[in-house]
Design a protein around this ligand. Structure first.
Ligand code: HEC
Ligand code: HEC
Length: 264
């Protein structure tokens, strides 16, 4: 009888321990899940901020944009860049620090700049920028998240983009659609209809833009204007700040098509 009672006691004790263990491990899992989803939320915030402030020069996938800004999402950046610039600390620190302070002179010839205006402005609010330190940290997390794809640990299939010939009437027609949808509301009649809201007419932009900026083709000029309207200010037009830009929310192929349309 006593034995039985003892057995029962041992058994229930074991059950108690087991269920406690279960609770503890469940708790650990939950904490882990929470941490992962918090990290995910920070990266998402970083992605949004990156889209607003960095994409125009560094590309939406960190692929870099012509002479505006270098790639941040390629293998070189993750494996060689720190040695190249002799940075002693981590890559994350490098991203945070460069973003915080900006860069007066580029370190590569194509971004050299003239030393008068920064090739990349400082972003930290205490340096005259518009981001808080937690926002810069979120952007850094987002940028570092490209490492897996950049260094080939993770491979993304590339979508084959149809080749677009800028002279092809279909490309031009597509560009016209893009123009009507995204540009017309601010850019007058020019090649479309409607009235001027904020931007200059673009009817002869290809001719006007040719040689407006030294060493730039009309197509490069148009491309830059769409991505950073403030790059070249036109007298008498709205300053293209908050929400007044040319809307760089185009895909690479829409951008090419609208440039073809404006250059035809
Ligand atoms: C007006 C264009 C422009 C914008 C906008 C811009 N950058 Fe840059 N960025 C540059 C240029 C130019 C360089 C310097 C390249 C060099 O030194 O060779 C640079 C350098 C960097 C570097 C160092 C890259 C390297 O290879 O050494 C980082 C990191 C960086 N930018 C992050 C950002 C982040 C984050 C944002 C948004 C908050 C941002 N940039 C917005 C133009 C820009
Ligand atoms: C929210 C209004 C707005 C939208 C939408 C817009 N733009 Fe603009 N755009 C402007 C303003 C304002 C300027 C003048 C900026 C300046 O003075 O530098 C400008 C300038 C330009 C210029 C340079 C013109 C010149 O003579 O230097 C080009 C090219 C251009 N935009 C193309 C486009 C294209 C293509 C689209 C559609 C993808 C577009 N814009 C959408 C407001 C807009």
């Amino acid at each position: 009888m006593i034995q039985r009672a003892m057995l029962a006691a041992v058994a229930s004790a074991a059950l108690l321990v087991a269920s406690l263990l279960h609770v503890v491990s469940g708790e650990a899992e939950r904490l882990q899940r929470d941490a992962a989803s918090r990290a995910g939320a920070v990266i998402e915030r970083g992605a949004t901020l990156y889209g607003l402030h960095c994409r125009t020069c560094h590309g939406s996938r960190g692929e870099g944009v012509g002479q505006l800004g270098p790639a941040l999402g390629d293998g070189q950046f993750f494996t060689k860049r720190l040695q190249e610039v002799g940075w002693q600390s981590t890559l994350r620190e490098y991203v945070v620090s460069t973003t915080t302070h900006g860069r007066l002179m580029g370190t590569r010839p194509i971004y050299a700049g003239n030393g008068a205006t920064a090739v990349m402005p400082p972003w930290y609010e205490e340096q005259g920028g518009m981001l808080r330190s937690d926002e810069i940290a979120a952007i850094a997390d987002f940028v570092l998240n490209w490492q897996a794809t950049a260094t080939g640990q993770l491979e993304l299939k590339r979508l084959a983009l149809p080749e677009q010939n800028p002279q092809d009437p279909r490309t031009i027609a597509r560009g016209e659609q893009v123009f009507k949808k995204h540009c017309l509301r601010c850019h007058e009649a020019a090649k479309g209809g409607a009235s001027a809201l904020a931007g200059p007419p673009l009817a002869n932009i290809a001719t006007l833009a040719n040689g407006r900026r030294e060493g730039m083709t009309a197509q490069d000029y148009i491309r830059e204007s769409i991505l950073i309207p403030a790059a070249y200010r036109r007298e008498g037009y709205a300053a293209p700040d908050k929400g007044q830009d040319c809307g760089a929310v185009l895909t690479e192929s829409e951008l090419a098509a609208v440039i073809a349309f404006l250059s035809r």
